[in-house]
Design a protein. Structure first.
Length: 155
């Protein structure tokens, strides 16, 4: 497996992985993770915009010419009442199969952390579905801590 900088040409493969993840997430919490009918097209537009932004990190994991995971990280302002230091938000972070988290996901996260530390970041915030057990296990294994939770319901 190779971890490398992602390119715009990698987006279709990343979006396919993202769509598979979204389908699974929707089963976890159908209201919060409800997919839009045109989610793939919107993802293509958003990720194209995101990776073009200065400061965004975009890495892919590739094995045998096939992309089997990706991660994006972008600078994230923090509320002025907290002082955690420069923070990077890792929101779009997916692997091809749930069983890939401990190897592929961990490799992507380690590579991102190294680059972000070199860029002067002091904190990362990783978004995940609470019921994504494989990803949660990997995040714990990589010594991240659970700092917040969102509870959702109808008004």
């Amino acid at each position: 497996m190779t971890i490398r900088s992602g390119e715009k040409a990698d987006l279709p493969a990343c979006i396919a992985i993202l769509e598979k993840t979204r389908a699974r997430y929707q089963t976890y919490e159908p209201q919060f993770w409800k997919r839009a009918h045109d989610a793939a097209a919107k993802s293509a537009m958003f990720l194209s915009y995101l990776i073009a932004q200065e400061g965004t990190l975009f890495l892919v994991a590739e094995s045998g010419g096939v992309i089997n995971g990706f991660i994006t990280a972008k600078p994230q302002p923090v509320p002025p009442v907290f002082t955690p230091g420069a923070t990077a938000l890792i929101d779009d972070f997916c692997v091809g199969e749930n069983a890939d988290w401990l190897e592929t996901g961990a490799a992507l996260l380690r590579a991102a952390r190294k680059t972000l530390q070199e860029r002067g970041f002091e904190q990362i915030v990783v978004v995940t579905a609470y019921r994504d057990d494989g990803k949660m296990q990997m995040l714990k294994q990589e010594n991240l801590s659970l700092a917040s939770a969102w509870w959702v319901g109808r008004p």
